[in-house]
Design a protein around this ligand. Structure first.
Ligand code: SF4
Ligand code: SF4
Ligand code: SF4
Length: 247
């Protein structure tokens, strides 16, 4: 039996998650690449495939009805579909436009009416097709991608954390941003990244979305009372990567 065929596809995105993967030159990634055959990956190769795929990684949001057919075709051909990065998992930062009626004018100015720029609300890939696994983050993080792919190659179920980033932050004994007079959303952000942002002295912006049943009212209260945010700024901050989850 040949190596499992892996393909990367992109929809509405900055393609930063694909680029992030091309940055991984470490031993673990190179070892993984020995066990799969990459058959399509627009950021790194010109070959394309129209055959069956073992694992399809889909980056980007579903923002145009015209993309539904292509997504369904990928689903038909792929044994496993993974939504890859925040744009694909929740709509990501693209979903901010879902809350702003004049986004076309704000972004494209005089070209706002050009037909090729028409799009609807940014939605997760799972709103168009069945998705088997999600790799969160903006961009995705290497260890989680390797873990998920490795588990699938061994017919195991990947373990995706359900606890908040604060847990990983504490494990690394990182000084809390609030102790430095800063803000942070790690209390309700979904872990799995290893909390690199607080370790680098910057707040967690919850790029991986929120834990289940996150207490967002408490988050806003903390941002207001501990970090001095206005109500408007606190609500906007909490919506940055999770705009599809909020009204
Ligand atoms: S999740 Fe972030 S890095 Fe990945 S494609 Fe979307 S905007 Fe780019
Ligand atoms: S810095 Fe952020 S993630 Fe770390 S403990 Fe403080 S609130 Fe939690
Ligand atoms: S610490 Fe927060 S913002 Fe940074 S990668 Fe993790 S979830 Fe994303």
């Amino acid at each position: 039996m040949g190596r499992p065929k892996v393909a990367f596809f992109d929809f509405a995105s900055c393609e930063g998650c694909q680029i992030e993967f091309t940055n991984y030159g470490d031993a673990a990634t190179l070892e993984l690449l020995k066990h799969v055959e990459i058959v399509e990956f627009r950021e790194a190769m010109s070959e394309k495939t129209d055959g069956c795929i073992d694992i399809a990684l889909i980056e980007g949001s579903f923002t145009r009805e015209a993309d539904r057919g292509r997504l369904e075709e990928i689903r038909r051909r792929a044994r496993v579909v993974i939504a890859y990065g925040a744009c694909a998992v929740t709509g990501g930062i693209n979903a901010l436009k879902n809350h702003q009626d004049d986004f076309h004018e704000v972004v494209y100015g005089d070209d706002a009416l050009a037909s090729h720029l028409h799009s609807g609300p940014a939605r997760p890939i799972s709103s168009a097709i069945r998705v088997d696994y999600e790799i969160k983050g903006c961009p995705i993080c290497r260890d989680e991608l390797l873990h998920v792919l490795s588990a699938l190659l061994h017919d195991a179920t990947p373990l995706i954390p359900t606890y908040p980033v604060c847990v990983e932050c504490k494990r690394h004994e990182t000084v809390c941003r609030y102790e430095e007079g800063d803000h942070c959303m790690g209390q309700v952000a979904r872990a799995g990244c290893g909390a690199p942002c607080p370790a680098d002295g910057i707040p967690c912006e919850a790029c991986r979305g929120f834990v289940d049943d996150a207490n967002l009212r408490a988050l806003e209260k903390v941002l207001i009372e501990r970090a001095g945010f206005s109500q408007k700024r606190a609500v906007g901050k909490a919506r940055m990567f999770t705009a599809n989850l909020r009204s």
